[in-house]
Ligand binder design. Structure first.
Ligand SMILES: [Zn+2]
Length: 116
């Protein structure tokens, strides 16, 4: 499952950025549509990865806030750039094959920690 490997890499990033005893309460992730991620699958994968990492199973699963970005498209004919929830859309000028611009982000934006 694609989402499980992404959840694993998120978990590794969280570990790198927080001291071992830190209580992580949530994280915010920005995801481009090129990643093809199903938010529910990623939340599930995250839960699995997190629970496996807790030897005593006591720490609650940090909340995963997902920021799903729209497609960024560029028209090869009129150079218009725009954002769209749909990939297969035609440009206003009639060009039916806009090019994808970026859209492959997978970025851990922030980590929330709880004071003890
Ligand atoms: Zn156009």
């Amino acid at each position: 499952m694609h989402e499980l490997s992404i959840a694993t890499s998120l978990f590794e990033q969280v570990q790198r950025h927080t001291p071992p005893a830190t209580r992580v309460s949530g994280l915010r992730v920005r995801i481009g549509p090129m990643q093809g991620i199903e938010p529910d699958s990623l939340r599930f994968g995250w839960e699995v990865v997190w629970k496996q990492s807790q030897s005593d199973g006591s720490a609650p699963v940090p909340e995963l806030a997902l920021e799903m970005l729209p497609w960024r498209l560029t028209c090869p004919q009129c150079s218009r750039k725009w954002e769209s929830a749909e990939l297969y859309v035609a440009c206003e000028c009639g060009c039916a094959t806009p090019a994808i611009d970026g859209s492959s982000e997978l970025q851990l934006v922030s980590i929330e920690v709880q004071d003890k």
